[in-house]
Design a binder for this molecule. Structure first.
Ligand SMILES: Nc1nc2c(ncn2[C@@H]2O[C@H](COP(=O)(O)OP(=O)(O)OP(=O)(O)O)[C@@H](O)[C@H]2O)c(=O)[nH]1
Length: 711
């Protein structure tokens, strides 16, 4: 029987040498040279010899001894191979893991480097030892896909444009009266439209002026939608009403609001609020604003200023008229025809209605049955409501409308586009999902590559430090260093490192989740306690949230959401904290407390008494001479069971306890202010007259996180 032996050589010279040696042997061998790719970038010479079975083994061994430099690579035609580094990367492990798995196998680990090649048998062995499954698959080459996205139509001809109401956002410093102003404006509507009617919060509402004009006000909490839109470069707002309290004047968030307006190129109307207060000083507000390039009309600028009282409802009509006057100057117009374009202001999942969004239409007229796409979801509009919960049949530009019919909840700030059919909507969503996956893969790839580089550098550094050791000594050292972490589950890992707080954030609408995440972005106290947001999303607290929290030993935070009884019981059983809040700053305060609780306590010294050394003695106790200080207690008391320190010229030169404390000849526990005593220390130290003896206790104080989210 013939056997085929394939041997590989690093280069042509080795190959030729080996062939020459082979021809001198008494066997029927055929020697053929093949230039074969072994690794994508490396080509090696292959010797293919047909031999009789009887001499096969002998020849194989002989061959190896003849040719020291040849390396047997594999005895198979379908070769699968990887470098040590590639395998580690594919398994998501570090290189050391591969070495560990090959311990006690016949592979020579001393010559195994990160770029050494491993073959199928070894790969299978390593994979099996690591508790994973081996599966080989062909790499698919993706064809470039055709762009199927939906985009806005080109700008309409001026002839098709018709005036539209302005969309207004109210901004200003905390407590300057934004909410009160919105409430008062909304109330004027309820009173004007349908006495006793109930307005519901949908993120925007429409105000009808007696003159027939309309204004749309956005009232999304925390301006989350505004920020989201700004981040995406979509500006829904035409005008910003800047609220400044007349008694407080310009504050930090007043300045931030002015910056927002400038960056977005949105003009301002100034509402000087709380003018009903005796200490109100509107003129000072106007002067202060000059420093921020907000120049009111009376100073020759173009900013209209209106003195109001949001609380009493004073001058709100004048404010609305000033807004309409500015809108007229801006000549706000839109195309009321064709495919709809708009922006999502708020979105939420309603138990009865399913995903619901509030949108501002910017082009076209939205009607029931329209097919819309937004982000990676789509809707066939089933119902539309206004802010009074009244069903409407159509929504034209600038009109806020609540839309039902979405398949999933889109995000605040997402652009809405009408498409021709449901099929087209599917196509757009599929394309956007694909693009997102591609981007995610690219990002993941970059992160993995950076991590690998970091690991490689760390590995090389470790290897350099251990270069003088043999391989086994080296491995033993590395293994010992990381042994405590190697076999831990995620929860145990977190427990070993107490200074990690893993959290899950759940919110009612995605605007609030985004607002919370924005606050968390300012977290800068990683060196004290790492803050890991392991999951966030919308909706009530679920069992899945608890499973995640359990795995990561995390805490679940809910904003305006609930946890049902089953979830609560499960959390109590598993010892998982669920924290529910309805006010963002309270949630953040709670988070700060939780972070602080993870910090180690700091130790502070609390002085109990101070004494000064007035005289020095030496007494003999057994065979030893002991230094004794004659002291007078100047403040507080000396208590023998407490801690003591000796201070000389401002420096602490000893800390410990007293070995004796005497009043005259009696041993005592406590010496009070004004009394004299003799004392000796638990360590031999020569006293000096003028030394100070301080009696103190150590107290552990809970540290608080240094993170300051700004409110
Ligand atoms: N006297 C007086 N008090 C007002 C007026 N407007 C608001 N307030 C009071 O000022 C306080 C803060 O008002 P809010 O409307 O909550 O202020 P805000 O700017 O919405 O505050 P944040 O939501 O925390 O940013 C409340 O106690 C209001 O009653 C006003 O015109 N006059």
């Amino acid at each position: 029987m013939n056997r085929r032996l394939i041997l590989k050589f690093e280069n042509l010279i080795h190959f030729r040498d080996a062939c020459r040696q082979l021809h001198t042997l008494p066997c029927r061998g055929v020697c053929r040279a093949q230039w074969k790719p072994v690794q994508s970038s490396v080509y090696r010479w292959v010797c293919n010899v047909q031999l009789e079975t009887t001499v096969f083994l002998m020849l194989f061994l002989l061959f190896l001894s003849l040719c020291q430099l040849c390396v047997p690579m594999y005895v198979s035609n379908s070769m699968r191979q990887m470098t040590v580094e590639e395998l580690a990367r594919a398994m998501g492990k570090d290189i050391d893991h591969i070495y560990e798995a090959l311990l006690y196998t016949d592979i020579d680990l001393n010559s195994l480097e990160p770029d050494s090649i491993l073959y199928e048998d070894s790969i299978k062995l390593i994979v099996k030892k690591s508790g994973m499954k081996y599966k080989s698959a062909k790499l698919r080459e993706e064809k470039e896909r055709e762009n199927k996205d939906a985009v806005k139509r080109p700008p309409a001809e001026p002839a098709f444009l018709t005036p539209r109401p302005p969309v207004v956002t109210i901004m200003g410093h905390v407590d300057h009266g934004k909410t009160t102003l919105l409430d008062s404006l909304r109330k004027t509507q309820v009173a004007a439209m349908e006495a006793g009617g109930i307005t519901q919060h949908i993120g925007a509402f429409l105000v009808h002026l007696p003159s027939g004009e309309k204004i749309t006000f956005l009232d999304t909490p925390g301006h989350a939608a505004f920020s989201a839109m700004r981040a995406r470069g979509t500006y829904v707002t035409d005008i910003i009403i800047l609220v400044v309290a007349a008694e407080d004047g310009v504050m930090q968030q007043t300045v931030e609001s002015i910056e927002h307006a400038k960056n977005a190129g949105v003009p301002l109307v100034l509402a000087i609020n709380k003018c009903d207060k005796p200490e109100a000083d509107p003129e000072r507000v106007k002067k202060e604003l000059l420093a921020y390039d907000v120049v009111c009309e009376e100073f020759g600028g173009d900013v209209q200023a209106v003195n109001i009282s949001a609380l009493k409802g004073d001058n709100l009509t004048v404010l609305a008229e000033a807004t309409v006057a500015l809108a007229e100057m801006l000549e706000l117009k839109a195309d009321y025809t064709g495919l709809v374009e708009g922006t999502i202001i708020e979105s939420r999942k309603d138990k009865g209605k399913g995903p619901v969004t509030t949108a501002i239409i910017q082009r076209g007229t939205l009607r029931k049955g329209c097919v819309l796409v937004a982000g990676k979801t789509w809707a066939k509009v089933r119902f539309m409501f206004d802010e009074n919960g009244k069903a409407v049949d159509a929504a034209s530009p600038s009109i806020p409308v609540e839309i039902m019919g979405w398949k999933e909840v889109p995000s605040a700030g997402d652009e809405i586009l009408e498409v021709e059919s449901e099929q087209r909507a599917h196509e757009v969503v599929a394309w956007r999902t694909y693009v997102e996956q591609q981007e995610k893969m690219k990002k993941d790839g970059e992160v993995i590559e950076a991590k690998q580089k970091e690991h490689r550098m760390e590995y090389e550094k470790k290897q350099q430090n251990l270069a003088h050791l043999t391989w086994r000594q080296r491995k033993a050292a590395l293994y010992k260093a990381s042994k405590h972490l190697m076999f831990l589950k995620p929860k145990e890992r977190v427990e070993t490192d107490k200074n990690v707080l893993s959290i899950i954030i759940k919110g009612d609408v995605d605007g609030s989740v985004e607002a919370i995440l924005n606050v968390l972005d300012s977290y800068d106290a990683d060196d004290e306690c790492k803050l890991d947001v392991i999951h966030f999303g919308m909706g009530d607290i679920s069992e899945t949230d608890l499973s995640l929290a359990e795995t990561f030993n995390g805490v679940v935070y809910g904003f305006s959401v609930k946890a049902n009884e089953t979830v609560k019981k499960m959390a109590a059983k598993k010892g998982i904290k669920i924290k529910l809040h309805n006010i963002i700053y309270k949630l953040i305060e709670d988070l700060k407390d939780e972070l602080s609780s993870r910090l180690p306590p700091s130790v502070v010294e609390n002085t109990i008494g101070e004494a000064s050394v007035l005289d020095i003695f030496s007494v003999t106790v057994g065979k030893n001479k002991v230094s004794v200080a004659g002291c007078r207690v100047q403040k507080g008391q000396l208590d023998k069971k407490m801690k003591f320190k000796l201070i000389r010229k401002g420096n602490v030169i000893w800390k410990g306890s007293l070995s004796s404390l005497k009043h005259h000849k009696d041993d005592v526990q406590v010496i009070k202010t004004g009394m004299d005593c003799g004392l000796s220390l638990d360590k031999h130290i020569e006293f000096n007259i003028g030394d100070e003896i301080i009696c103190y206790e150590e107290k552990e104080i809970q540290q608080t996180t240094s993170w300051n989210p700004g409110f």
